[in-house]
Design a protein around this ligand. Structure first.
Ligand code: ADP
Length: 396
């Protein structure tokens, strides 16, 4: 430390000289400027000071006033209070107002170490601020890039829908014209590929809408059973066609959520349960867990290998579709589920035993219980179906 630029706030010329001499004696020649009023301090505070040293009692100014000027105009410059005698309480109050340190005039030997310490702290604080600013700038750049990517994706998937819609029309015409023709199978494959493409575009648009903040949750108390019943009855036919039993256990729980988004989450989970089960049953039910309700979709399907259980929530990750056959799904369902769960603050967990089945559980804040008669209405809207063999195949 050498060539210090020191601003002294003190009414005593002698005290200022004493401080300058002490600094010089300790090997720190200093350029010292002394002020004794607010106006004087404000006139020079803009210069690049290394440290401000202030007396406490001055006839035309105060240490509190000097601290306020420094806070307002040069908050980064270390500020050391030097005083003849002052109580512990007053010293603490100076520190609370932003002083870096406190030195008694009778112990001026402590001044240089105090200045060195304060300057080191100030430098560390400057470095921290610079790092924080760099981080903020990098974060802002990243957010801009992500927003641009999301806008691009949303525009691309939106604009691609129109030609896909046109392809659907051509496909319908082809189907009619090829009726009975050997090439009819090609038209059927064409239709299946189109379904895959449309579901890919829909999912991409969903992801980009969620990522860009366009989806605004409308969270309010929601009766859970009607949501469960709706999803189960919509998917009962597909389950039934696969010979699966789809069952929804009645509940009177009222939870805090966005009804439409929760329905979307549940539909994706039940669709997966149906897709990845070849036999057995799928049960949608819930259980109280303290102040929450755990809504679980159980299946007796193929299960998920333990080491892949975290990855299944990643975009486009599929356990077994290396050929990327779009008819076997596109790998976006669970990443949409995870995004929606995060947005709603509903933790999601998965348990699975390979070859035996899986359970996806979403925790929802419990608000209360609906009256029993309301639930009966919910259950009666459920469907019971019998498959071609006459056995019960789906009960939702
Ligand atoms: P998709 O079903 O379109 O492939 P998802 O994101 O919904 O995409 O699921 C990702 C992967 O997780 C699936 O490809 C499948 O391998 C696995 N998976 C999801 N749900 C289940 C389930 N209930 N049982 C077994 N595997 C599942």
């Amino acid at each position: 430390m050498s060539g210090l630029r020191v601003l002294i706030v003190d009414d005593s010329e002698d005290d200022a000289l004493l401080i300058a001499r002490r600094l010089r004696k300790e090997g720190h020649p200093a350029e010292v400027v002394r002020v004794e009023t607010r106006e004087g301090m404000e006139a020079v505070i803009g210069r690049p000071w290394d440290v401000i040293i202030s007396d406490v009692n001055m006839p035309r100014f105060s240490v509190e006033g000097a601290l306020a000027v420094r806070q307002r105009m040069a908050a980064q410059v270390p500020f050391i209070v030097v005083s003849g005698a002052v109580g512990e309480e007053a010293a603490v109050s100076f520190l609370k107002r932003g002083a870096s340190d406190f030195v008694l005039k009778g112990k001026l030997a402590l001044l240089v170490p105090a200045i060195e310490r304060a300057m080191r702290d100030a430098e560390a604080a400057r470095a921290r601020r610079r790092a924080e600013e760099d981080l903020r700038a990098a974060k802002a750049d990243l957010e801009r890039a992500l927003a641009a990517k999301t806008r691009f994706l949303a525009a691309a998937s939106h604009d691609l829908r129109q030609p896909v819609q046109a392809l659907y029309c051509f496909h319908e015409v082809l189907k009619i014209q090829l009726d009975g023709h050997p090439a009819q199978r090609v038209a059927a494959d064409f239709g299946a590929s189109l379904d895959g493409l449309r579901s890919l575009l829909d999912s991409l648009l969903d992801v980009s809408r969620i990522d860009s903040g366009l989806v605004k949750p409308d969270v309010r108390p929601v009766r859970l059973h009607p949501v469960l019943a709706r999803v189960c009855s919509q998917l009962a036919i597909v389950a039934c066609q696969k010979g699966l039993c789809l069952r929804c256990v009645p509940t009177r729980a009222v939870v805090m959520t966005d009804e439409l988004l929760l329905e979307r989450i549940l539909r994706n989970l039940v669709e997966n349960a149906v897709k990845y089960s070849e036999r057995g049953k799928i049960v949608v039910g819930c259980r109280r867990d303290g102040t929450a309700v755990r809504l679980t979709v159980f299946d007796t399907g193929i299960g998920i290998p333990g080491e892949l259980r975290a990855q299944i929530f990643e975009e486009f990750f599929q356990v077994a579709n290396s050929e990327r056959d779009r008819r076997k799904g596109i790998g976006l369902g669970l990443s949409i589920v995870q995004r929606l769960c995060e947005m709603l603050g509903h933790p999601i967990a998965v348990r699975s035993v390979l070859g035996k089945g899986s359970a996806f559980a979403v925790s929802l804040p419990l608000v209360g219980w609906a009256a029993a008669n309301e639930d009966t209405a919910g259950v009666s809207s459920c469907v019971r179906q019998r498959d071609a063999r006459g056995t019960r195949a789906a009960e939702a």
